[in-house]
Structure formats: C-alpha cells, structure tokens
Design a protein around this ligand. Structure first.
Ligand code: PLP
Length: 376
C-alpha cells in the first residue's frame, strides 16, 4: 500500500469507529457551550475597546519578530512576568507561547538522571508529551487518587533524587478538582517531591482574585511549578509558569519550546496583562459561573447520571459514540452548541457531552438549557 492510500485507510478506520474529527465553524445562531471563554470576555466589546485605548508605541506591535533570547524580550513581557510573580507572592514567573509549549518543554528542561515522574492518569495530552520527551521513568496514578500516588512515593521516592508529581487543579474533561490539601501533604511527607500543577481551567475562574484553585486554598506557595494559560478564562493567548528564580533561569537556558520560538506579539502580552490585572474585579462573573455549574450538575444527577463536576466544566456521560452524537444534535437543534467528546479523548464506552459554561450566559438562556434536559 502506498503512503497516501495508507493515510486514507487510517482515516476510514477512524470514521468507522465514530472517532473521525473535522474542523467546524461555530454556527452563528447557536449559544456556544464548547469554548473556554469562562469569564465571558470574548464578546465584551466595551472591555476590549477600553484595552485598545491603553495601547501606545511598542504595545501596538503585532509581532515580536524574534525569540525572547534575541530581541523579543520587550518591556511588556517583563512587566507581565513581574506582575504575575507579585500577584502569587512568588520569586518569579515566565511566559510561554502556549500551554502546549509550556507543558511539553518544562519537564524535559528540569529532569535529571535520577528523576521520577508520577502523573495523573487523565492529565492533559501536553503534559503526557512533556513526560515522554523528558525520557524520565514515570508511573501513572489512578485519576484524582492521591492515595495511589502516595503508594508509589512510599515504594520509590527514596530511590530517586526527586519525584515530580504532576496533575491539574480542574480537569478539562470532567471538571472535577484535585484535593490540593492532600497534594501539598505529599510534599510535606516526602521532601524530594516537586509539585507541578496545571491550572489551565482554574486561573481566572477560582478564588476571590481569580488566581486559581491553589491560591484560593492558600497552598500556592507549596507548588513548585504552577502553570496558568491565557487562552482560556483570560481570553488571550500564551501561558505562564509561577516558580522559583532558579527554575526560571533553568528554563531560559534549557527549555527548547522557550528558546527556539518567536516570542508572543507585544499586543497580545499587553492584553494578557490587562486582563490579568482586571481579574480581581470579576468576582460577580465567577459567582454566576459557579452557580450555573452547580445547577447544571444537579440537573444531570437528578437524571440518575453520575456527574463529578465541581466547576464550570460539566460532563454528561452517555456511553456509546452514536448516542452521544445524537444527544449533541438534540442540544444543537435546541440552540446550544454542545459537542460530543469521544474516545480516545475519554475512556472507551464513556462518550459524553461536555458543557463548558461562560459567565456571559444570561439566566434566561441558562434556564432554556436546563429545559432541554426535560424534553425527550
Ligand atoms: C488547554 C490546555 C493546555 C494547553 O494550553 P494552550 O495554551 O491552549 O496550548 C494545557 N493544559 C491543559 C490542562 C489544558 O486544558
């Protein structure tokens, strides 16, 4: 079989398994429940226009035209990092092109010859790619089961120089949250544990000032590497790590997806800074978002379907790919853009709808969504 025939045959197999992916446009008339614009900033034109008013000189630039290490280290990049570090009360912060860059590059830059990695079984693909690229020995602990992670530590921690424990604060598929008190307890009990926490779905959404779940629980100082992304609640692009100065310096020297890529455009960094500084004022949006999350999860549980969500991401587990597709179509016909999530993104036989809420949903629209559950 020649090359192109093999590709076509592989795609045909995906189609037969109900796993074929296509790029779609959001139909304009549907309410978007599949994005990550949790704070409802995407269509807040007044907020955006107020930002444009602040631009001048360098921050109007649409490209950095260089990596950070050459001429891309613009003042707004430094201001953004200093602002983030100060907000978290940390020594340092470093900004990356995306969360994907961050998670694929940080671990390979930090591991040594005697590093072990423990990773939650449902960690985001970018973390898994980072672990593989690091070449370190790794074990996966059962999803959100830190007691299981602890058994690995009891068995192996002494045999390694350090053990990276990697997890997410708010999981992207089910919206369930890590018990962060139990996570930092691991570090208290095993001194060579390095905690790596991805808050892609937590930053902006949790805490009085929107700094994420670890900050909300007061445990952020115990996290060695805290990842936030700008592309979700903050409605921008890029990502950051909050860390010690020696970790930041190591990343600048060794992290390939930091070194060998063009820096983010100044205008995007300025927008990230503008939104980051506005996070403390968005408490009403967060309260509305969490209220909707709780009511949606309660509606699903009332149907006898287990729902582990504790956040703005709410799964509705259906089972077969075909049923999930049919149910997604039913919600779409009712005006809501909800997509089926299928294996391999989620475990086989647990195809689901994933509701990703946004603070700009009105009460009226949200109630119409709940009504769809009751019409069969
Ligand atoms: C979206 C996501 C990323 C990737 O971030 P991007 O900035 O979109 O590349 C990383 N980790 C988690 C948990 C995510 O959900």
């Amino acid at each position: 079989m020649d090359f192109y025939n093999r590709l076509s045959a592989d795609l045909e197999q995906l189609r037969e398994a109900g796993c074929y992916r296509t790029l779609r446009a959001l139909p304009a008339e549907l309410v978007n429940l599949s994005g990550n614009d949790y704070l409802g900033l995407l269509n807040d034109t007044a907020f955006r226009e107020a930002f444009y008013e602040t631009l001048s000189g360098e921050t109007r630039n649409l490209s950095a035209a260089s990596s950070r290490l050459l001429t891309g280290n613009v003042p707004v990049a430094i201001e953004l990092e200093e602002t983030i570090a100060a907000a978290y009360g940390a020594e340092a912060a470093l900004v990356f092109g995306s969360g994907y860059h961050a998670n694929t590059g940080i671990l390979p830059a930090l591991v040594g010859p005697k590093s072990l990695v423990l990773s939650d079984k449902l960690n985001h693909a970018s973390m898994i790619d980072g672990i593989r690229a690091s070449g370190a020995t790794f074990y996966r602990f059962r999803h959100n089961d830190l007691a299981h992670a602890r058994t690995f530590l009891e068995r192996y921690a002494q045999a390694y120089d350090e053990v990276f424990v990697m997890t997410e604060s708010v999981f992207s598929m089910d919206g369930d949250c890590t018990d962060l008190d139990a996570l930092v307890k691991l570090k208290a009990d095993f001194p060579n544990v390095i905690l790596y926490l991805d808050e892609a779905h937590g930053v902006g959404v949790f805490g009085e000032t929107g700094l994420g779940l670890a900050h909300a629980k007061g445990v952020h100082q115990s996290i060695d590497i805290l990842i936030g992304t700008f592309g979700k609640a903050l409605c921008s692009t890029g990502a950051f790590a909050v860390c010690s100065k020696v970790i930041r310096d190591t990343l600048i020297n060794k992290m390939r997806p930091f070194i060998f890529t063009t820096a983010l455009p100044p205008i995007n960094l300025a927008w990230s800074l503008y939104v980051f500084n506005a996070l403390p004022k968005m408490q009403a949006r967060r309260a509305h978002l969490h209220s909707m999350g709780e009511r949606l999860a309660a509606t699903i549980r009332a149907r006898g379907v287990d729902c582990v969500s504790e956040s703005q991401i709410v799964p509705y587990v259906i089972g077969s790919n075909e049923d999930a597709i049919a149910e997604a179509e039913r919600f779409q016909k009712a005006g809501f853009y909800v997509l089926p999530i299928r294996p391999p993104t989620v475990p086989r036989g647990t195809a689901r709808l994933r509701f990703s809420l946004s603070a700009d949903l009105s009460e009226e629209t949200f109630n119409r969504l709940l009504d769809v559950f009751h019409i069969i």
